[in-house]
Ligand binder design. Structure first.
Ligand code: FAD
Length: 386
């Protein structure tokens, strides 16, 4: 890695305490995650003990209130974790999804008893979270999901099938979107917590993907799974609204990941072209290379300023769906451009699987799809213009 100041403007978001924490996280990423990442990619999952190790360092759910085991801070410590994972191009473990996407549903919408039962374990990394919305027949069009929850005695009975679920093989705690009133479409969707030990719950295959191999991604099956009434999150029929509210943070997180992945790819490429020789000179010394890198650097600087402002707005409670969608759209598309140009500057070595840039190129592709596709992001932004 080379001088990091080449990648971004000075940042103002973080305190000294955050930067000290960043050093701890960076060491963990470099000493624990990076050396075994290839092995986890082959196995398509990260061993559970890595989660417990991260929990001990305070790397999980730091924002969660102290009463439930966290530090009760804003999201910045968890953002640091996401940035450091992105910087080394790690595709697993998906700590950010666990901390900043799944935990908010439980903190905001569950009973005190459920919070006390689930959150301390999530903070310690003993319980792994998953967000379970997508089905084989419904992704972008979430209002069309079919998994049902029907009142049954003192609880609810859930039946259905989900797919593409991140952490699907490892998950202990799942936030599951279900239809409770099919006639009301979006207004008939409710959210439930399902714990993996529930009777009738089972996992399908660990899905083989073209990238992000260290991430376990699974199909999940719910066959007459009974959950107690307290496992309903918030109110019946409000699930779609809850998801739309929390998709703002999910999309922000994609921006954070894309920005740090792009910065990592840029730094690795700068190091490569500084070292690599052709026609008796460094590849960096070709004007084309400098122009390409200058162009990428400008994009990274713009992206960093944009991303940090979005994070700030979210901390202030001011980030809305349109700005989050615009950010997700821009950062995911920017990452795609950056890894493509960076791969090109590596020549044939960029196409070799053992070079990080080749993996970064393939890993980046999903960022324009999950959390809402680029087309859906354009719909969200476009509708605001009418
Ligand atoms: C690796 C991975 C991890 C994932 N993790 C999770 C997870 O943890 N939890 C979870 O619930 N889901 C997860 N997903 C699912 C992901 O969010 C969906 O794949 C995504 O939202 C798109 O849905 P779809 O695949 O059904 O595509 P579709 O909705 O079928 O879209 C197909 C195409 O049609 C386009 N399209 C759809 N609607 C419109 C429209 N209105 N206007 C214009 N174009 C449109 C789309 O943009 C896309 O190009 C994951 C997916 C992957 C691949």
């Amino acid at each position: 890695m080379t001088n990091e100041s080449t990648a971004s403007l000075p940042r103002t978001l973080f305190s000294q305490e955050h930067e000290q924490f960043r050093s701890v996280v960076r060491r963990f990423c470099e000493e624990v995650i990076a050396p075994d990442h290839d092995e986890w990619s082959d196995a398509q999952r990260v061993p559970r003990e890595i989660w417990s190790m991260a929990g001990k360092l305070g790397m999980l759910c730091a924002w969660v209130p102290e009463a439930y085991g966290g530090l009760g801070t804003n999201i910045l410590f968890d953002v640091v974790v996401s940035e450091e994972l992105g910087r080394i191009g790690a595709t697993g473990p998906s700590f950010p999804l666990h901390s900043l996407i799944v935990a908010p549903y439980i903190v905001d919408l569950s009973t005190d008893e459920l919070k006390l039962r689930l959150l301390p374990g999530m903070v310690r990394g003993e319980k792994i979270g998953a967000i379970v919305m997508t089905e084989p027949g419904a992704g972008s069009d979430l209002a069309s999901i079919k998994t049902s929850a029907v009142r049954d005695g003192n609880g609810w009975r859930i039946n259905g099938q989900k797919t593409f679920i991140t952490n699907g093989q490892n998950a202990d705690v799942m936030v599951v979107a279900c239809v409770t009133d099919p006639a009301r479409r979006a207004k008939g969707i409710s959210l439930f917590v399902v714990e993996a030990e529930s009777d009738g719950f089972s996992r399908g295959r660990n899905l083989r993907k073209i990238g992000q191999h260290a991430q376990d991604t699974a199909e999940l099956f719910f066959d007459d799974v009974h959950v107690p009434v307290d496992n309903l999150l918030g109110e019946v029929g409000m699930g779609f609204a809850y998801m739309m509210q929390r998709l703002v943070q999910e999309r922000l997180l994609v921006s954070v990941q894309c920005q740090s992945r792009a910065e990592g790819a840029f730094q690795a490429t700068l190091a490569y072209v500084t070292d690599r020789k052709a026609f008796g000179q460094r590849v960096l010394d070709f004007q084309n290379t400098r122009f390409k890198l200058a162009d990428l650097k400008a994009q990274l600087m713009a992206g960093r300023a944009f991303c940090d402002r979005l994070i700030e707005l979210q901390i202030e409670g001011q980030l809305d769906a349109v700005h989050a969608a615009a950010g997700k759209l821009w950062h995911s598309e920017m990452l795609g451009r950056v890894v493509d140009e960076c791969l090109q500057l590596h020549g044939g070595y960029g196409y070799m699987a053992e070079y990080p840039i080749g993996r970064a190129f393939v890993d980046a592709r999903i960022e324009r799809i999950y959390g809402g596709t680029s087309e859906i992001m354009k719909e969200v932004v476009g509708r605001s213009l009418a």
